[in-house]
Structure formats: C-alpha cells, structure tokens
Design a protein around this ligand. Structure first.
Ligand SMILES: [Zn+2]
Length: 185
C-alpha cells in the first residue's frame, strides 16, 4: 500500500518538496507539541517548517510524559503561543525581551490544541502570547473555525518575523510548493 517516499522530506517521491527547501537562520527555539492526529495529516505544516528551521523540535503526544523536555524550560524566556485572556501581544514582547526566546506551539485543530492544554496543566507556568496584527492567512486548506486561525507554519513564520526580523520566505516557498503539489495530484 505504501508509496515510495522521499527520505528527506517524507513526502511521496511524486510530491517531494525538497527543491523548494532552504534553511532559515534564527535564534528563537521552537518546541512543537503535536497532537498524534496531526502527524499523518496530509497538510501537516509542521513537517514543512521542520525542513527550514534547524531550531524546531517536534514532540508528539497528548500526555505530560511526552513533553518532559518542554516542561523543564525556563519560564522567564519561554512562551506558549495561545490566545487566552492573559496573553501578551507578541509585537510588544519583541521590544522588551532582548535575549533568546523559546516558543511553545500547540499543533492541531483548535479543539485538539485546547485538549492538549487541558491535559498539560504544567503549561500554565509559561506566559501566553497572541498576535495583535494578524498576518494575512495564506493557507486555505484547513477550514478555519475562527477568524484568527492560522496554520502552525504561519504562526511560526509571523512570530520569528516579529521577534527577530527573520526572513521567512523559505517557509512560504516550501508551503507553496506543497500546496502546488496538493492541487496537481
Ligand atoms: Zn523530498
């Protein structure tokens, strides 16, 4: 049943995205908590982000045991990207926090992200971040249930643009490549 896949990007050879991949040099470390149901999703944008960002690590699971490394991150420079009532606007944060930042991203639908948050109460150690000026949503495959719903890749791209002025074009190049393939095949 399984089709031959590219060993580097893990897409089927026919839809390999490698020719569009280039690395982004950035200081921010990104820790993704990925709900298991997202792993096999055809439009797993974290997989694309991982190809471009050497500082991105993915942890798959639902229960606290899967995220031990994240639990030990220092609270002073680690932030959870989650738009709750107490969330700090990331655009304001960039002027205040001069040193390296760790970002935690909950990858999954809004429902799954909420579930991840509930199952991992240790996350409340970290301040939450939201976006004041939402980037235009370029990614239309996932049905947005909320107006501020972005793909994880877009959330990451916007965050590192704001925090350290990183050139995030490589993320969009690989996203566009994947979406072109998706439409073709
Ligand atoms: Zn490939």
């Amino acid at each position: 049943m399984s089709r031959p896949t590219c060993t580097f990007c893990h897409y089927p050879l026919k839809t390999c995205v490698c020719e569009a991949v280039s690395k982004i040099d950035c200081q921010t470390k990104i820790y993704v908590m990925q709900h298991p149901s997202e792993v096999k999703a055809a439009k797993n944008t974290i997989r694309l982000a991982q190809l471009c960002l050497p500082n991105l690590a993915v942890f798959i699971g639902e229960e606290p045991d899967s995220f031990k490394e994240i639990q030990n991150l220092p609270a002073e420079n680690t932030f959870l990207v989650y738009p709750d009532d107490n969330a700090v606007e990331i655009e304001k944060l960039s002027q205040k926090v001069p040193h390296k930042i760790n970002l935690i991203i909950l990858d999954g639908t809004w429902k799954k992200a909420y579930k991840l948050k509930m199952k991992n109460p240790w996350l409340s150690r970290f301040k939450t971040l939201t976006f004041a000026n939402l980037p235009e949503n370029q990614y239309v495959i996932r049905k947005a249930k909320r107006a501020d719903s972005l793909s994880s890749l877009e959330a990451i791209a916007y965050s590192i643009e704001v925090l350290e002025n990183a050139n995030t074009q490589p993320l969009y190049n690989v996203l566009n490549k994947m979406m072109g393939n998706f439409i073709k095949h």
